[in-house]
Ligand binder design. Structure first.
Ligand SMILES: *[C@@H]1O[C@H](CO)[C@@H](O)[C@H](O)[C@H]1NC(C)=O
Ligand SMILES: *[C@@H]1O[C@H](CO)[C@@H](O)[C@H](O)[C@H]1NC(C)=O
Ligand SMILES: *[C@@H]1O[C@H](CO)[C@@H](O)[C@H](O)[C@H]1NC(C)=O
Ligand SMILES: *[C@@H]1O[C@H](CO)[C@@H](O)[C@H](O)[C@H]1NC(C)=O
Ligand SMILES: CC(=O)N[C@H]1CO[C@H](CO)[C@@H](O)[C@@H]1O
Ligand SMILES: [Ca+2]
Ligand SMILES: [Ca+2]
Length: 593
């Protein structure tokens, strides 16, 4: 389906009362009717290893996911994206792929995957796969052939002789580049007598995107899984696809020192201007978009989507959307609600900055999206504070565009505690027993909480691959479904509201910080009720806000639709918009009628 470029956001800055508000123009019913499925989609990230174990080995698997698709249906999920399920030695838990065309045996078989797709189709849930283009596993046959300089595979990876140290006469890595999990980005291979590049773990050699055969091979991977019925891809670690080329003498330049120092072992950080965010990478994403569009043109069906993972400056990230002449990713993931509070602290002000960073820089006619967590970050509830769990889930659902939920966010799952002995993540294993907690990503990867029973209903094994978080007896699907008011009930109410509300899907957006600790968002659409999200993101103090100071057009009484877990207000009751009291952590969704 062609995208319609009728929704031109109109930016307007309101200086009234010193509030910096932002307004996007209301869209017409005609424009709205042309919205494609992904534009207001609710995406849900499944970490397959930790979702549901069907065969009692302590590891989540595909049949486990299939058995719980009804739960996703009940949650209202439009599309689930699965972290990698491909064949892998699991050095980086599936982000090191040894066969891009097959399923990891401990997760199941290709037939299990087909059964998953079939059941998902019956339930109307789309399945999106994680595409890991930057690197393969060192156990991939392509890498073995490349090491052996087999014809056609010589340049599949980024190889280099290295450089000689003029004072010692010894061979050294080609440049000072560092990998993401600490240590040099270059690894010597005796057999080939060359170094290869790896931006992540040693066992994850970078593919050489300057080789057209690699580009073609990876497009073949995309088409292969499209043929299996997937609705699109979420592409991993895209900004690192391309690195600079060697200079005229065949040498790679060094990165400059960034000025930042590792607070653990005083390692100097390097800039990453030569190995990240190159322009060639943007064009690669445009080419993948063409693969998606061509596939749909030939085979019909709904739009196949391209979602892109980028932790990059906004000016770079926004280019992934495409430009006036070329379509790019449908959605470059927006991590601002993670990254801005991480660098400047969690507050109403930093939340506003995060929202500004996307809505004020997104090109006209594109669709926003909101992410608050994934398997690389600490759990949202732990990062923002448990008191703000509902406030952040509400925000993701109330802001315009697509929402992304990481499994367990709907339950308010918090970080599990993982001992050094139980640590599995390479980012932590590359450190030591004193410092690993600064690097580990295991706490947000603990098994999903289905019930209060053994292993939280995740597995019948005596031991699960990672231990469970301790609070599973109170925070789980079973308990929260039965409760009158729970994080899960709140989440479901939000989904239901967004699904039924034209205003939330198509309306204009205005937002501001009030009283320094309250963040407020208004969504409005001519002829439909307006919605107001208001959250006290402060730590301790109760405040009373006057919403008329934010927006004079609000009626004097608003109806409470959804309230955070500890709110003592009553749903469907009326509240004064110019004297609304909010306890610390209280978050509300109200409507104009
Ligand atoms: C050459 O080796 C010496 C001794 O190990 C080291 O101090 C120096 O930094 C090296 N030079 C370069 C350019 O790497
Ligand atoms: C890092 O440097 C600081 C300041 O020079 C010093 O106090 C600290 O002991 C160093 N830490 C390590 C692990 O070397
Ligand atoms: C859009 O991107 C393409 C591919 O990178 C580039 O060739 C073209 O110049 C760009 N057009 C505009 C208007 O920026
Ligand atoms: C709320 O703000 C409006 C607009 O500034 C003002 O007219 C009204 O008096 C205020 N109400 C209260 C209770 O402060
Ligand atoms: C969020 C995410 O998918 N992060 C992945 C980025 O890529 C590296 C290397 O493939 C993985 O280790 C991360 O888990
Ligand atoms: Ca299993
Ligand atoms: Ca690369």
């Amino acid at each position: 389906m062609q995208r319609f470029q009728l929704l031109i956001p109109l930016l307007c800055c309101l200086a009234a009362l010193g509030l910096a508000c932002q307004d996007t123009a209301a869209t017409t019913g005609a424009a709205a009717a042309s919205k494609d499925w992904w534009e207001t989609a609710q995406f849900y990230q499944i970490y397959p290893r930790s979702f549901k174990d069907s065969n009692g080995d302590g590891i989540g698997d595909l049949n486990g996911i299939t058995s719980e698709l009804e739960y996703l249906k009940d949650l209202g999920v439009t599309a689930a994206w699965l972290s990698p399920i491909f064949k892998s030695p699991m050095v980086d838990f599936g982000y090191d792929i040894s066969d891009f065309y097959d399923i990891q045996p401990e997760y199941g078989t290709l037939d299990d995957f087909r059964a998953l797709i079939k059941r998902a189709n019956e339930l109307g849930i789309k399945i999106i796969l994680d595409f890991v283009p930057n690197h393969s596993s060192d156990e991939n046959v392509w890498f073995k052939k490349s090491v052996a300089r087999e014809r056609g595979y010589e340049d599949y990876y980024v190889w280099h002789d290295g450089r000689l140290n003029s004072s010692t006469g010894k061979r050294e890595p080609p440049s000072n580049w560092l990998q993401a999990f600490r240590g040099s980005a270059w690894q010597w291979v005796e057999e080939r007598q060359q170094y290869y590049l790896h931006q992540f773990a040693v066992q994850q050699p970078d593919l050489n995107y300057r080789n057209p055969a690699v580009v073609e091979q990876m497009k073949r991977v995309l088409r292969y899984w499209l043929n299996e019925g997937v609705a699109g891809f979420r592409c991993d670690a895209v900004p690192v696809l391309f690195e600079v080329q060697p200079d005229a003498q065949g040498q790679y330049p060094d990165e400059e020192v960034s000025g930042l120092t590792d607070d653990v072992d005083n390692r100097s950080y390097l800039k990453s201007e030569l190995i990240e965010n190159l322009p060639e990478t943007i064009d690669m994403a445009y080419q993948w978009r063409t693969v998606m569009d061509d596939y749909q043109r030939i085979h019909g069906g709904d739009t196949r989507v391209l979602l892109i993972e980028t932790y990059a400056p906004p000016a770079y990230t926004m280019q992934f959307y495409g430009n006036r002449s070329v379509e790019g990713a449908h959605l470059p993931f927006n991590f601002n609600l993670i990254t801005v509070p991480a660098s400047s602290g969690f507050s109403a002000k930093s939340v506003k900055t995060a929202v500004d960073n996307w809505l004020l820089t997104m090109p006209a006619g594109r669709v926003a999206n909101w992410v608050i967590g994934n398997h690389d970050q600490r759990r949202a509830a732990s990062r923002y504070g448990v008191a703000h769990t509902d406030a952040m889930n509400m925000l993701v659902m109330l802001l315009p565009g697509a929402s992304v939920t990481y499994q367990g966010e709907e339950l308010g799952m918090t970080d599990g505690w993982i001992s050094w002995a139980d640590t599995k993540d390479p980012a932590a294993c590359n450190s030591n027993s004193e410092t690993y907690e600064q690097f580990t990503r295991d706490p947000s990867r603990t098994p999903f909480h289905w019930s209060s029973g053994a292993n939280a209903g995740f597995s019948t094994a005596s031991q699960t691959w990672l231990p469970l978080a301790e609070n599973y007896k109170t925070l789980n699907v079973e308990v929260e479904s039965a409760a009158a008011h729970s994080h899960l009930q709140i989440y479901k109410s939000l989904v239901a509201l967004r699904r039924s509300s034209k205003t939330l899907q198509w309306g204009a957006t205005k937002y501001a910080v009030l009283n320094e600790q309250v963040f407020v968002v208004k969504r409005s659409l001519a002829g439909s009720p307006s919605f107001v999200y208001v959250a006290n993101l402060g730590e301790s103090a109760a405040v009373t806000v006057n919403l008329s100071e934010f927006d004079k057009s609000l009626p004097s009484l608003l109806t409470l639709r959804i309230r955070s877990i500890d709110s003592s207000k009553a749903e469907n009751s009326l509240y004064e918009s110019n004297g609304l009291s909010l306890a610390a952590g209280e978050a509300l969704v109200l409507s104009s009628n």
